[in-house]
Design a protein around this ligand. Structure first.
Ligand SMILES: Nc1ncnc2c1ncn2[C@@H]1O[C@H](COP(=O)(O)OP(=O)(O)OP(=O)(O)O)[C@@H](O)[C@H]1O
Ligand SMILES: [Mg+2]
Length: 112
């Protein structure tokens, strides 16, 4: 299993959720975060105005996927989140050791 963590533009959430659902991702967790990338936040626009602070509002989207779903999920996520402008975000992938579905006690791929 892999844990995908994507930092995306907040207004892209619906598109990203739909794209991930289409490739069979069974659940996602979303957190409001702030961050900056290479431009240090300065040259990015947010809702039409240049932000005066270094940190820009983003969403962190996390989803655990089976190894066999990883490439499809990454492609779907990136395509849905892309505008082509600076600040589109980033995707991180980590190995995931264990998953437990609390209600049933199922483990790993069966628990996703
Ligand atoms: N190296 C990193 N580590 C952790 N978070 C990062 C990193 N790079 C970017 N982020 C997160 O992703 C968000 C969006 O980054 P951003 O898309 O601006 O990256 P970038 O490397 O500057 O690419 P671009 O040139 O396309 O803007 C940041 O606000 C931050 O939350
Ligand atoms: Mg940037």
């Amino acid at each position: 299993m892999k844990l995908i963590t994507a930092i995306i533009r907040p207004f892209k959430l619906d598109e990203v959720r739909e794209a991930l659902t289409e490739v069979g991702v069974s659940g996602i967790t979303v957190t409001e975060v702030k961050g900056f990338g290479r431009q240090k936040g300065h040259t990015e626009l947010y809702r039409g105005a240049e932000y005066v602070v270094d940190f820009l509002p983003k969403l962190k989207v996390e989803c655990a996927v089976a190894e066999s779903s990883l490439e499809a999920a990454l492609e779907a996520l990136a395509n849905a989140a892309r505008t082509g402008k600076v600040g589109d975000g980033k995707i991180f992938v980590q190995s995931l050791e264990r998953t437990v579905r609390i209600r049933t006690g199922e483990l790993d791929d069966d628990a996703l």
